[in-house]
Design a protein around this ligand. Structure first.
Ligand SMILES: *Cc1c(COP(=O)(O)O)cnc(C)c1O
Length: 400
């Protein structure tokens, strides 16, 4: 599967079967085609590859470890392992694609990086990359998230980025994407749009996946070195789907490895109370691409909610949409309460405070472990939870 898989998906128009593509105004389409062509040639050049390798090693601190959770496994059963993306510089997997996107901007001679952010993690990662390369950085963020994710807003400003508050609609991630796209349309000569996940028009879902593949490549080798086998199950949370695609990509052709993407079931599966796109969505269009989408009768994206700001997106990556139809990946859910419980379990049994996004994957993995006590599970711990601590304790309190 692998040899041809990455050549065939996406195809030249950016389609993963019926999903993906590029549904954008002609002017923007012309710009995307330039970026696509440049990406195809630059990403294969020796200079680009060796510079990215060096950045990953010396700046980001890669490879991040794979860690066996002894106490968690003893309590829940199974053998539970974490890929520690929380130890990647800036505390989440997002820097993997931000350094790649910013490096591409440098090779294209762009001066400015523009992006949206939800939890603030993508904004911080991109502001970090901009500082590293000496580029300007403009981050669009919903006003609701600005309040909720205050420390990340301060981090972006310290790093020299301009934070643009978005005050329309639900004032969260979806509106921030619209606002950032608008700003990019005004100035695509000098700037490049750096999307935060495996979403958006071609070539973003492909580029972001490619930059995240390092997670899966490392983890597969590390897991094999530690155990002499491959994991029975691989679990990752899915917002847009970048951390999950990064890890899954190395296991797609290993038919014995079961792959699980975990979406937020939020407060309930009633409309507006969750962001379980794969579970309850239908194919539709959002932000210039086709994917499973939570939408109303008119095809407008529905309001979504998750306790984890990084997961509250009504769409999902086109590659995930395809993998769902292929039944190669099972898409499951975790509720807010299950997520909070998992957040505290990992903190207290292993001394690792997970991001609320990642805690969704941990929550589902704990269920799997109970059901399959003889099996091994590899979880992508996509980020650390320092950004969430005040919110969790103020909203849910401390357990006994
Ligand atoms: C942004 C974020 C996510 C969700 O993004 P994906 O593209 O679905 O990976 C997950 N975990 C953390 C820590 C994040 O910051």
């Amino acid at each position: 599967m692998t040899t041809n898989y990455f050549k065939n998906y996406p195809n030249h128009e950016g389609f993963f079967e019926e999903f993906g593509g590029s549904f954008i105004p002609p002017q923007l389409q012309a710009e995307m085609e330039k970026i696509t062509d440049a990406y195809y040639s630059i990403s294969k050049s020796h200079n680009f590859i060796s510079e990215l390798r060096s950045i990953r090693k010396h700046y980001q601190g890669r490879p991040t470890p794979v860690y066996f959770c002894n106490r968690l496994s003893t309590k829940y059963g199974g053998r539970i392992y974490l890929k520690r993306e929380d130890l990647n510089h800036t505390g989440a997997h997002k820097l993997n694609h931000c350094m790649g996107e910013a490096l591409l901007a440098k090779y294209l001679g762009k001066k400015k990086l523009i992006a949206e952010t939800g939890a603030g993690q993508h904004g911080v990662a991109l502001a970090t990359a901009a500082a590293y390369f000496g580029l300007e950085c403009e981050i669009h963020m919903g006003e609701v998230d600005i309040i909720k994710e205050h420390p990340n807003v301060v981090r972006m400003k310290i790093l020299g980025a301009k934070v643009v508050p978005v005050s329309f609609g639900l004032k969260t991630l979806k509106e921030a994407v619209d606002s950032a796209f608008g700003a990019y349309m005004q100035d695509f000569e000098n700037s490049i749009y750096c999307i935060g996940s495996v979403v958006g028009p071609h070539p973003f879902p492909m580029m972001v996946r490619d930059f995240q593949r390092v997670v899966g490549i490392e983890a597969k080798e590390q897991f094999f070195d530690m155990t002499g086998e491959l994991p029975d199950s691989v679990v990752a949370c899915v917002g847009g789907g970048s951390n999950a695609m990064g890890l899954f990509s190395a296991f797609l052709d290993e038919s014995d490895c079961k792959l699980y993407g975990v979406e937020p079931a939020g407060r309930s599966l009633e409309p507006g109370e969750h962001a379980a796109t794969m579970t309850l969505g239908q194919p539709g269009l959002i932000h210039g691409f086709k994917c499973y989408l939570l939408q109303d009768e008119k095809g407008e994206p529905s309001p979504v909610y998750s306790v984890a700001s990084g997961l509250d997106y009504p769409g999902v990556g086109p590659e995930h949409s395809m993998l769902k139809d292929w039944k190669r990946v099972s898409y499951e859910t975790a509720t807010d309460q299950e997520t909070i419980d998992a957040f505290y379990e990992l903190s207290r049994l292993e001394g690792i405070i997970p991001a609320l996004e990642s805690a969704h994957a941990v929550a589902y993995a704990l269920k799997l472990a109970k059901q399959n006590p003889r099996e091994s599970i590899l979880i992508n711990l996509s980020g650390r939870g320092d950004k969430d601590i005040d919110f969790v304790v103020d909203t849910f309190g401390l357990p006994e």
